[in-house]
Design a protein around this ligand. Structure first.
Ligand code: ADP
Ligand code: UDP
Length: 240
């Protein structure tokens, strides 16, 4: 597969065309941003970490019959994926209260939810990703009710599979964001699954190991991302 022209440059990734119109290359950058791009920095090695974690998790989910865009890892920072027509919606699922659930609804941080919360946000940085309802997505033609049922089912399955994987690694999956895309009328899980898009805490210490360390200036961002990569992928500890 030959890498061709740049199709899209976002905050964290670049998408390149290939010589096959059905596939694109997704390249992870070292930039880290928060608050819809208002806070930005560079973290050497982040592109590699997020690509490795995403490749590992997409492959893991593919094995559970979850339809993802992932085709193969191409290099330390690149993966080959199916080229999709993206649905401009961020799908969030939560198991434990954190982030906007605490800020907006006054729920106590770290409260374990009785049932996972499923939320939809419009992908629109300028408007700070406003929360939307399912009927909004039908009204605007983003997806059909049947496709939304499928998205809801896949999101719940991703949650169950990843929660159990992370649990075995001594990690708690607090919440996460997914993006979906269409090829013909079929829906695939796309984008990335990484510490940029999930909240993950150590089960014993409750230490935050994800992008909240950057959002809240907690320090050790790179070390935490690296620790997460090693633990999720079951790699041996790094030598001193
Ligand atoms: P943003 O655009 O939000 O700043 P990124 O830096 O993550 O985000 O850019 C990656 C872009 O690629 C996003 O707009 C995402 O929706 C899109 N994308 C992810 N997976 C695919 C795919 N399989 N096919 C086409 N576009 C994709
Ligand atoms: N998230 C994301 N991109 C966004 C907004 C949220 O990946 O544009 C992820 C975030 O990392 C967290 C989950 O979605 O894992 C829920 O985020 P929340 O609604 O609490 O918003 P935030 O605190 O990021 O404003």
């Amino acid at each position: 597969m030959e890498k061709r022209e740049l199709l899209h440059e976002g905050k964290a990734k670049r998408i390149y065309a290939t010589d096959n119109s059905y596939y694109v290359v997704q390249e992870f950058k070292d930039t880290i941003s928060a608050f819809d791009g208002a806070k930005k920095s560079v973290m050497a090695g982040k592109g590699e970490i997020n690509n490795e974690i995403s490749c590992y998790l997409f492959e893991y989910l593919n094995n559970y019959q979850i339809p993802t865009h992932f085709v193969q890892r191409l290099s330390a920072t690149e993966m080959l994926v199916k080229k999709l027509e993206m649905i401009p919606i961020e799908v969030v699922m939560r198991n434990i209260a954190a982030g906007s659930l605490v800020k907006r609804y006054g729920i106590e941080e770290a409260k374990v939810l009785d049932y996972p919360i499923f939320e939809l946000y419009l992908k629109d940085d300028e408007r700070h990703d406003p929360m939307i309802s399912e009927s909004f997505t039908f009204a605007l033609g983003h997806c059909t009710p049947e496709q939304m049922r499928f998205i809801n089912r896949i999101t719940s399955k991703v949650n169950a599979v990843l929660k159990s994987l992370f649990d075995r690694r001594g990690l708690a999956l607090v919440d996460f964001k997914l993006e979906f895309g269409k090829m013909d009328r079929e829906i695939f899980l796309a984008d990335e699954i990484s510490p940029d898009t999930c909240r993950i805490w150590d089960k014993k210490t409750s230490k935050k190991l994800d992008k909240d360390r950057f959002r809240k200036d907690m320090g050790d961002v790179e070390a935490s991302y690296r620790e997460l990569m090693r633990r999720i992928m079951n790699m041996p500890p790094e030598k001193e």
